[in-house]
Design a protein around this ligand. Structure first.
Ligand SMILES: NC(=O)c1ccc[n+]([C@@H]2O[C@H](COP(=O)([O-])OP(=O)(O)OC[C@H]3O[C@@H](n4cnc5c(N)ncnc54)[C@H](O)[C@@H]3O)[C@@H](O)[C@H]2O)c1
Length: 247
């Protein structure tokens, strides 16, 4: 498979390594600032590629997608922050009859964690002895908290557990209510991202933890998604691909 990388930053470079390790090759890369790359995507570049993997910038998504659909090239869209134009892109993709997979988290391990978190919530529905919390740790440079991953996992827990309906992210100066799920964050050092769901009862504690070591998980998921989408037609959220590979 020949892949055109759009965005040659932290993710683009990681994806390149995974592509090579899985026997694929680079049709080139597009990045306005990275040395050695093409400054913009063109139909000529798309002609040389079986699939595009885009981890660039939200500001670039609309104009780049216009070119992808003209070139009828399948796309893995890992860039985040373009929700407001999602319907427009979906229409373009459907009209062009290409495959387009998108999502804010391509890490397969993170999706396993989401599924396990929801399953844990469903299991304790009939066990009022067990309470549940979510805590996450990230490096000291992270600007937002809780992480998007924590909020996704929290929404899965709320969906699975009838007695909780509110996500609480603040520090408490009162008792927590039964319907509240406490989602808390710690920032320190270089931690790439650790998320723990804890089930707690008078008798014991059960923990489910996802511990990212680096960006490798996102990159591997993106490359596997490219292998999956290249022969498909449609606008696919990444969850659909995960569901399919997990059987
Ligand atoms: N979906 C996921 O699993 C996942 C995981 C990590 C990051 N991301 C997202 O991927 C994107 C990139 O993340 P990153 O950590 O590699 O960021 P980064 O800042 O390290 O790299 C982004 C690169 O895109 C380039 N770029 C900017 N405009 C461009 C354009 N018009 N065309 C081509 N390249 C352009 C920049 O010059 C930069 O080199 C962000 O939106 C981030 O939120 C998604």
């Amino acid at each position: 498979m020949k892949v055109l990388l759009i965005g040659y930053g932290s993710m683009g470079k990681e994806i390149e390594k995974i592509l090579i390790s899985r026997g694929h090759s680079l049709a080139g890369f597009v990045d306005p600032v990275a040395p050695g790359g093409h400054k913009e995507v063109t139909l000529g570049l798309l002609d040389k590629a079986d699939v595009v993997i885009d981890f660039s910038s939200p500001a670039a998504v609309e104009s780049n997608c216009n070119v992808y659909v003209q070139g009828k090239t399948p796309v893995v869209m890992g860039t985040t922050g373009w929700e407001q134009i999602r319907n427009k892109i979906e229409k373009q993709v459907t009209d062009a009859g290409i495959g387009f997979i998108w999502g804010s988290n391509f890490s397969i391990g993170a999706h396993l964690f989401f599924i396990l978190a929801e399953k844990a919530a469903l299991l304790i529905n009939s066990l009022p002895e067990y309470d549940i919390l979510l805590h996450e740790y990230h490096h000291k440079r992270k600007k937002d908290s809780p992480s998007g991953t924590a909020l996704t996992a929290a929404s899965k827990i709320i969906a699975g557990l009838d007695r909780k309906d509110t996500i609480l992210t603040e520090t408490l100066d009162r008792q927590i209510k039964e319907n509240e799920l406490h989602v808390t964050s710690t920032r320190c050092g270089e931690i790439p991202g650790t998320h723990t769901v804890m089930l707690d009862s008078a008798a014991d504690t059960v923990e489910i933890t996802h511990r990212a070591r680096n960006r490798n998980g996102f990159a591997l998921g993106a490359v596997m998604a490219a292998e999956w989408v290249r022969d498909k037609k449609g606008f696919f959220p990444v969850e659909l691909f995960i569901k399919e590979i997990l059987g």
